[in-house]
Design a protein around this ligand. Sequence first.
Ligand code: FPP
Length: 261
Amino acid sequence: MNAVADSKTYRDNRLKAGLDPDNMPKHIAVIMDGNGRWAKQQGFMTRVRGHEVGVEALRRITTASAELGLGFLTVYAFSTENWNRPKTEVDALMNILMTALEKELPVLQKNNVRLNAIGNIGSLPEKANKKLISVINATSGNDGLTLTLALSYGSQDEMVQAIRKVALEVAEGKLDPESITEEHVEKHLFTAGMPHPDLLVRTSGEQRISNYLLWQLAYAEFYFTPVLWPDFDAEGLYEAIASFQKRERRFGQTSEQLTVK
Ligand code: FPP
């Protein structure tokens, strides 16, 4: 975790939230699900209203994460499969992304949040891609929370791209196949240099990982909540972290091994 993350303010905020300040996840990954169902439940004619209100939930969770001094928050904003949704919904999501980037920049700056993106961002519409890169650049000096948007992201695609790069090193004679390690794959993932998520949160009651961070979630704790994403709030985040803090993380070892000092 970054150096500032242990400051007294963060400790106080964690205590106020009813959390153990010394057992915080370093990286929370989120599948923001349920926008369409939320819009339908509320009687809106279109699913798009759910995505719009979903941006407000994202702002709440980002701000709450920053206040707790979390290091990394990575959210699934648009999957490679989402390109197959009706064009009207895809276009609306791209517009929502553009508007959100514009509007949220001052909030990110105020909260010392660094924006980052993973995925095939070159396949976003040019204007959205440019705006994204400009906000990433504008916040690059912030050293609090890193908020990563997974955009046009698919984990299997990410791994295929990494494998191609490793294969190229082998083909060029720079790497012996026998000496390939996890690190060789890791350094070619979009998430290279980031710690792996230790907690995955998925809203809306669905219990699957939908091609999200398959490699990186190897040892993550999973937390599922029936709350639909537009209704998810700081209290929901605290509950997810409290649940994480009750888990015994064994990383393949036995419970007894962990208690032996
Ligand atoms: C899943 O809900 C959500 C998405 C596919 C998009 C997530 C986007 C946001 C929360 C808005 C913020 C977005 C950006 C780009 C910054 P769903 O539509 O699959 O809901 P359903 O399962 O109820 O149909």
